[in-house]
Design a binder for this molecule. Structure first.
Ligand code: 4AD
Ligand code: MG
Length: 431
């Protein structure tokens, strides 16, 4: 018998097919029973009529429980009232795997720690499936966007000797080579690759041993980092706004059902189109102080400041040209104000805050060497990086978009821990 997935049933109306999946709901009148099942692609209502099937088939119903895995065979019928628009009239049913009645996730409110402890099962719930599908759509859209623009995807190492960002490091012994660090960013390698290939992007896991228990920090997260030879900071922001808008429009076009499942107000996404407003850091600080923030010029912006700043806008904004001391060593000094660097943070609306950090890179050998020294970074680990400024230095720019933060904004999640299948946080290494 031809076996099909639930989201393919519309191609099989009027024919008999087999569907395999797991039980989500059961009800019976004694003569007619309904088994609602899921297979990861959708929800299907199936109907078992006592008088129409063999007695053994009817008897199986009594053994079904939530999450029993089963195989059903029967005719697909269009039914406007059924979830997904189709119903299956069961001719045959077999149980694949029983599920004891103590299945951890019950139709009631569970606390977040309990849900995270049972993440393997929590993942099966409709909201989690919808979030995972939107994440996957964003990943595919990313590849489509960069591929269509002629970027090369480069996979950069996870075990590294050079440090990219200021945040905490995970280290491990590496044979006779001393310590290896789990990559905080692929950027430094991305810069080398940009000189070889012109336009590149990386897409990989990155690690930060951050002792921050906020709703936007993971210790392992996925980052997309384009790097483009000869782009300046303005080209860089144009690429960011095109990319972010492309992502949002793609999800609106293709993941309407999932946005509905997570109850997202899509009118807040429909406005996400270029150009995004650009605000100088110095002006942002003045605006924030007027709004009552205690932020001082020189400091990085915190989550509350970011939320205050975006409240007047219906799309993401760029805050540009932060003070040198607030940002990483590799950012290019701003020729118009050397206290600042040519960088931008892209802040998502509705209080979601920074989803991208980007900058033009310091391409002057002496200046970047001086910055390395000021930051007390080990020069020998950066030898190859410095050499990029020695042999044919070139203006270049790039950025990193945090995937989980972007998913959280697009699905409207309160916390990014829901936006990756198996989150890693300070106090969570299992499952
Ligand atoms: O601003 P960040 O630290 O920039 C970089 O890593 C640069 N090397 C990027 C580049 O220019 N190629 O991080 C970039 C983005 C942030 O805007 C945020 O979305 C995400 O990565 N991010 C995190 N996401 C989850 N948990 C964390 N601990 C994160 N830290 C950064
Ligand atoms: Mg940042």
């Amino acid at each position: 018998m031809h076996s099909v997935r639930i989201n393919e049933l519309s191609n099989h109306a009027g024919t008999s097919v087999t569907v395999r999946g797991w039980v989500t709901h059961l009800r019976s009148s004694g003569k007619v029973a309904f088994i609602v099942m899921r297979d990861g692609t959708g929800i299907l209502q199936t109907v078992l009529v006592k008088s129409a099937v063999a007695p053994e088939t009817w008897d199986h119903f009594a053994r079904l429980t939530q999450e029993t895995s089963l195989s059903v065979t029967g005719e697909v019928r269009a039914d406007a009232r059924a979830p997904g628009g189709y119903e299956l009239g069961i001719a045959d049913l077999s149980i694949i795997g029983a599920s004891p009645l103590d299945y951890p996730i019950q139709p009631k409110e569970h606390g977040i720690d309990f849900l995270l402890d049972n993440r393997t099962f929590w993942l099966r719930s409709p909201r989690q499936v919808a979030i995972a599908r939107i994440r996957s759509e964003l990943e595919q859209a990313t590849h489509d966007f960069y591929y269509s623009r002629g970027f090369l995807r480069v996979d950069t190492p996870i075990l590294t000797a050079a440090i990219g960002e200021r945040s905490g490091l995970f280290s491990t012994e590496y044979f006779d080579e001393g310590n290896a660090y789990l990559a905080q960013t692929g950027q430094l390698y991305g810069e080398a690759a940009a000189a070889a290939f012109g336009k590149i992007y990386t897409f990989g896991p990155t690690f930060r041993a951050e002792k921050s228990k906020t709703r936007r920090h993971l210790t392992e997260f996925w980052m997309i980092e384009p790097e483009v030879a000869f782009n300046d900071t303005h080209d860089n922001m144009r690429l960011q706004e095109d990319y972010v808008s492309f992502l949002v429009q793609r999800v609106l076009e293709r993941r309407g059902a999932e946005l509905k499942e997570v109850e997202r107000d899509i009118s807040k996404l429909e406005t996400v189109k270029p150009p995004f407003p650009r605000i100088d850091y110095t002006d942002a600080v003045a605006t924030l102080q007027k709004k009552g923030s205690s932020v001082q010029w020189g400091e990085d912006l915190g989550a509350e400041d970011e939320a205050l700043l975006v409240e007047d806008y219906d799309r993401p904004i760029f805050v540009m040209n932060y003070p040198k001391e607030a940002k990483a060593f590799y950012m290019k000094e701003n020729p118009d104000d050397p206290r600042t660097v040519l960088c931008d943070d892209c802040l998502a609306p509705e209080g979601y805050g920074e989803i991208i950090g980007g900058s033009q890179r310091e391409d002057d050998y002496d200046k970047i060497l001086q910055r390395l020294r000021e930051e007390k970074l080990p020069e020998d680990a950066y030898e190859w990086y410095l050499a990029l400024r020695k042999y044919g230095t070139f203006p270049h720019s790039g950025f990193g978009l945090g995937l989980e933060r972007t998913v959280a904004w697009i699905v409207g999640a309160q916390h990014i821990r829901e936006c990756i299948a198996f989150p890693r946080m300070m106090h969570r290494l299992r499952p």
